[in-house]
Write a protein that binds this ligand. Structure first.
Ligand code: XUL
Length: 543
């Protein structure tokens, strides 16, 4: 029976999921970057540059990981029945190739590892990734040249954003003109990994491609004016943009001979991990239920029926596998901030979760702004942790509650522009096993929360995209929801429901949401000292 392979290259590792829709069988294999490739010197999968704003990866590590993963799958005899493959990857990371790349990819010798053969295809040794925030100047330049922030949001779905490929490319051109000159192709990680599978350069999907500040989300094409503003000759260096799932090609002879794939195996265009998670959670076509991914980054996302223009500076619109759009908000200090608090107080994850289950919502008005790294939402350039309302840095319980409440309240507050509040939220990725955190989400969003046994929803989404396209192509179409259903068994016996008393603590007049918003505004220089609001909270809730 046919199987379908999804590969997700995330910030910290590579995961493969193979699904067999007819039997509902699923296999998962993972490689962790720090543990497996210590020679690259990564910390949590990434390499920091001169400051906390410079974050990149070595694309050669990605090649090693893909080769090792395919070898592992072959060893487990999982490759020969694969009918189609799709890639998911951390979004925004840009990869710079020279003009030998196309030819070298085509002529890989199946008797040798991939990396030594591909070592010389790079025009830039590093791939700046989504955690990089070193392009503030370039964002300002692009915004000004494009006639202001509202123009950029209206055209590209996002304000000029530091981690996006456009500002990153502009910085590369400004700081290394000869490196830029030698660059024949600029692609994103999802399309780069796809090219390793097909043996030729791949188109870029709109799920990842719209996250570059270079495309017009209204027609799905690169936007000429923005390309010209960004850097000279950029149009010739970018791949074609595809607005819905399509085939990128067949697996290369290299994959057939080295790893035992069948010669006709289809490879889809790749996509970002968030658009892939949307698929893996069964949210394609479903505008009323939203997703939260608690991975390295925390993200909040949902399917949209149409693009809504708004006066916003935050959040993004990306394309989806079915040619529509989704919204997304990204928070960089996700699991890394939770982990920093957990480690500072010498706790394990069980204890962290128990504290959240046992302590009272509202934390007596004590607030933390957990910006351990520069933050994406809201934009915070200078990292630093701030405490308000008498939060004692040594009080483990109060700090655990403060970090969790801050993160989820920020998610709630900054997603107001997306419109309708969900009655149900599906939570995925590593943090989704943390019951305490799930409870905080249910209370702050006043919504039912569900989680699943398979927490790698991006890899699952990639496998489902492969299956959906393949079955459709064979004239045997099946709905997204039906395909996902067998693989989304709930991980808890009961759904997590909001508790009305707790909801009141956040939402009532003078509730904690207003306290958090005031603290954040104050920190950003946009509002007065929040002390009076903290006092009002305490008076309202009898502290
Ligand atoms: C989304 C984003 C992150 C990465 C992490 O815009 O930057 O969620 O995709 O993998």
């Amino acid at each position: 029976m046919p199987t379908y392979l999804g590969l997700d290259l995330s910030t910290q590792g590579l995961t493969a999921i193979i699904i067999e829709p007819q039997t509902g069988e699923l296999k998962e294999v993972s490689i962790n970057f720090d543990e497996t490739y210590p020679e690259y010197g990564t910390r949590d999968g990434v390499i920091f540059g001169d400051g906390p704003d410079q974050v990149y990866a070595d694309p050669r590590m990605f090649i090693e990981a893909v080769g090792d993963m395919l070898a592992l799958l072959a060893e487990k005899k999982l490759t020969s029945r694969v009918t189609a493959i799709a890639v998911s990857a951390q979004q925004h990371g840009s990869v710079y190739l020279n003009d030998t790349a196309g030819g070298v990819l085509k002529r890989l010798d199946a008797g040798r590892n991939m990396l030594p053969q591909l070592d010389h295809i790079f025009a830039r040794a590093i791939a700046p990734i989504w955690m990089d925030s070193s392009t503030g100047t370039e964002c300002n330049e692009i915004t000004e040249a494009a006639g202001g922030i509202h123009n950029v949001v209206r055209i590209t779905g996002s304000a000029a954003t530091e981690r996006f490929a456009g500002p990153q490319i502009r910085k590369f051109w400004k700081t290394d003109a000869s490196g830029y000159e030698k660059t024949a192709h600029i692609t994103l990680i999802s399309a780069f990994i796809t090219a390793l599978l097909t043996g030729h350069l791949a188109p870029l999907d709109a799920g990842d491609g719209y996250g570059a500040n270079l495309a017009d989300i209204h027609n799905g094409r690169w936007h000429n004016e923005l390309l010209q503003i960004t850097s000279p000759g950029l149009a010739d260096k970018l791949p074609r943009l595809a607005t819905r799932d399509e085939r990128a090609g067949k697996v290369s002879n290299y994959l057939v001979h080295r790893y035992g794939f069948q010669p006709g195996t289809d490879v889809l265009i790749g996509s970002g991990d968030n658009p892939s998670s949307l698929v893996g959670l069964g949210l394609i076509g479903e505008p009323h239920i939203k997703g939260i991914s608690l991975g390295t980054s925390d993200t909040y996302f949902g399917y949209m029926r149409s693009v809504t223009d708004s006066d916003r500076s935050e959040g993004h619109i990306f394309g989806t596998a079915d040619g529509q759009v989704m919204f997304l908000l990204c928070f960089k200090n996700g699991s890394l901030a939770r982990e920093a608090i957990k480690d500072a107080h010498r706790l394990n994850w069980h204890e962290f979760s128990d504290i959240l289950l046992q302590t009272k919502p509202g934390n007596q008005g004590r607030i933390m702004l957990p910006f351990f790294l520069p933050e994406i939402t809201p934009v915070v350039a200078q990292p630093g942790v701030r405490r308000f309302g008498g939060l004692d840095p040594d009080d483990a319980e109060a700090n655990v509650r403060a970090v969790a409440e801050a993160q989820i309240m920020a998610m709630y507050i900054h997603s107001e522009w997306t419109g309708q509040r969900p009655g149900q939220i599906l939570v995925t990725a590593g943090g989704s096993g943390n019951m305490g955190l799930l409870n905080v989400i249910a209370q702050v969003f006043n919504a039912k929360v569900q989680t699943f046994e398979v927490t790698a929803s991006a890899a699952l989404g990639a496998a489902v995209r492969a299956a959906h396209w393949s079955l459709d192509n064979r004239g045997d179409p099946i709905s997204w929801q039906k395909l996902v259903e067998p693989f989304t068994r709930s991980s808890t016996a009961i759904d997590i429901l909001p508790d009305p008393e707790a909801v009141r603590t956040y939402h009532e007049d003078n509730g904690l949401l207003s306290v958090y918003a005031a603290c954040e505004k104050y920190h950003l220089g946009l509002g007065p000292d929040p002390d009076p609001i903290i006092e009002k909270f305490k008076a309202t809730f009898n502290y």
